[in-house]
Write a protein that binds this ligand. Structure first.
Ligand code: ADP
Ligand code: ADP
Length: 221
């Protein structure tokens, strides 16, 4: 599957709120695309529409040229981090992942692999009730990576990370893209994305207000 995300003229209304007002952009494989904009700009709604969790009123979102998920693009082709908090406190992080892996037909070995990738080898054997937000973010990314998806959508993955975690996350996301994945990363803080993303989509009030390479942005500044 070609790992491109196309967001095409999405409109979405929640009662009186126009959440998406013509949102359009493309995410290319092999790059981290930063999706930046203030809270309420429509970033999460866009990601939910791409994932098929929310239906747009108008427009469409395609993954690898097709609506997602479809028969040709099974669920494991796209990994997503939408809410790092969805964990049962009494379960260990590892057990949470084992349960997710089983539901995707994957074994325990893949769980150990993704835990190593996100640097949670030992910590994930403790109960999730005591996890910091940073640990929950790492666990959420481990879950997103289980099926080794060519496309990743990560909503505010820097939230709750300490300075060391932020540095780790930057390098980790760049590495995922360097392996050929399309990586879309949202943040309400430009500073979190400027050293991470090569390309920036800036959203405001449900639409794209700038779509630019970071190098061009810096050259113009
Ligand atoms: P962002 O992720 O950029 O912060 P969102 O996509 O979460 O923006 O929200 C865009 C707008 O849509 C906001 O005004 C938000 O309050 C509204 N919104 C999002 N989801 C819902 C929902 N399920 N019900 C009602 N309003 C919503
Ligand atoms: P870096 O060189 O910092 O690693 P990238 O490899 O991510 O940056 O980006 C290299 C070039 O590809 C940039 O000019 C960037 O704008 C362009 N590019 C990346 N993603 C997209 C996209 N979704 N749409 C248009 N151009 C893109």
């Amino acid at each position: 599957m070609e790992a491109t995300i196309e967001v095409d003229a999405l409109r979405k209304r929640y009662g009186p709120t126009l959440a998406l007002d013509g949102m359009s952009f493309t995410v290319r494989p092999g790059h981290v695309t930063g999706f930046v904009g203030p809270n309420g700009a429509g970033k999460s709604t866009t990601m939910r529409v791409v994932l098929g969790l929310d239906a747009p009123d108008e427009g469409r979102a395609l993954v690898g040229g097709r609506p997602y998920p479809s028969l040709r693009t099974p669920l494991r082709h796209v990994g997503a981090l939408l809410d790092a908090a969805a964990l049962q406190p009494s379960r260990t992080g590892r057990n949470h992942l084992l349960w997710l892996a089983r539901s995707q037909g994957l074994g325990a070995r893949r769980v150990e692999e993704v835990l190593e990738l996100v640097g949670l080898g030992q910590a994930a054997r403790r109960r999730a009730g005591g996890y910091s937000l940073g640990m929950r973010q790492r666990l959420g990314i481990a879950a997103a990576l289980l099926g080794d998806p060519p496309v990743l959508l990560l909503d505010e993955p820097f939230n709750g990370l300490d300075p060391e975690g932020i540095v780790w996350m930057r390098g980790f996301l760049r590495g995922l893209a360097a392996e050929g994945r399309a990586v879309l990363v949202s943040s309400h803080l430009m500073s979190e994305l400027e050293d991470t993303a090569g390309h920036l989509v800036v959203a405001g009030r449900g639409r794209v207000v700038a779509d630019t390479s970071v190098a061009d942005l810096i050259a113009r500044a």
